[in-house]
Write a protein that binds this ligand. Sequence first.
Ligand code: 13P
Length: 391
Amino acid sequence: MPVVDIKEMLQHAYQNGYAVGAFDLVSLEFLEGIIEAAERCRSPVIVSLAESHFEHYDFELLTTAAEAAAQRSSVPVAIFLDHGAGLDSAVRAINGGCNGVMVDASHHPLPDNIALTRQVVEMAHSCGVPVEGELGYVPGVEGEDAERHPGEISYTTVAEACTYLQQTEVDFLAVSIGTVHGRMNGCPELDIGRLAEINRALRIPLVIHGGTGLSDEQFRQLIENGVAKINYYTALSDAAAQQIRANTGAGPGGYTQLTRGVSDSVRAECERCMRLWRSAGQADAVLQSCTPWRMVEHLIIYNVSGIDEEQARRMAAEGRRILGQIPGVRHVLTGEAVKQDAKYRFCWLIRFVHEKVIDSYRDHPDHVRFADELFRPVAGDRISIDYELVR
Ligand code: 13P
């Protein structure tokens, strides 16, 4: 299962002088194109889901598809929440299958950015999930003309970056050094000197947003100065749109005719980036040096006493509702033995996204309340074991 720990993936890139593409997807065609590009280039890859795009697709469905695509691919993949607004978004992403999250509170004043980011870091780290924060402001909107959103760039300063890192403990930092989200006329001017200073001061993988439209030389300089993750979307969206326009020109056709070739056009652009950013050819080294992302099954088999079977079913339903909301819980299944004479009549199968959730789940107030008030008093006869899952 080549979903890998994204912190280790980006450390590898940072130490070996290349950057991993974090490509935003908005459809299955994008997902197929991105993964196919990574396979062809033997490159690690981050499939990224931006909260601003959630109005265009069902987040849980597309993340599940991304997870399935990652599991059957032969290159290391991470699944990432891009531009999450805060704690609720991060919990939803982690429970939905992302193994890395970004919290973007960069439009808030520094103390508020720090407070919000810190909240997300505490929760995510208790689930084993690394966090990207952003400091300084990168204007524009992915997929749109940059001049339609002419916000002022606010540059990241070295002093603020040091304070921010120390107080939030983010794993990666998105910096603002002149890039802009979206489609631009010409290249933006980048403050590479500032980037170099931030890199010398922080020594953690840095992230660039607004990758579309930068020159080959600019990418080279970014990577030379600590950028290990490059966020990229508008160019993929434009390549897909161009393909659809070409298909339209070929005469009347239905959906499948209109979208024919879209995943190939996304793939071609991703491949170009992977070779340019030198992540091409790194897949095997990353697989060897990074921990596979393994979920844990918290298994309980039990019998009840003092309540009847109908009451036991209601208790299980309440548990599915409450426990499924706890950070790091991928799903909660409950079951009843198929054979009446089984030694244990009932079970819980609670999927944790990471081994660390064993502790954070045990201590979470909602779990403690449910277990102490509803479950343990009636389920003294039980066996409980955590299993690490391998595919
Ligand atoms: P572009 O759309 O400019 O490539 O930026 C993408 C991005 O930064 C996503 O977070």
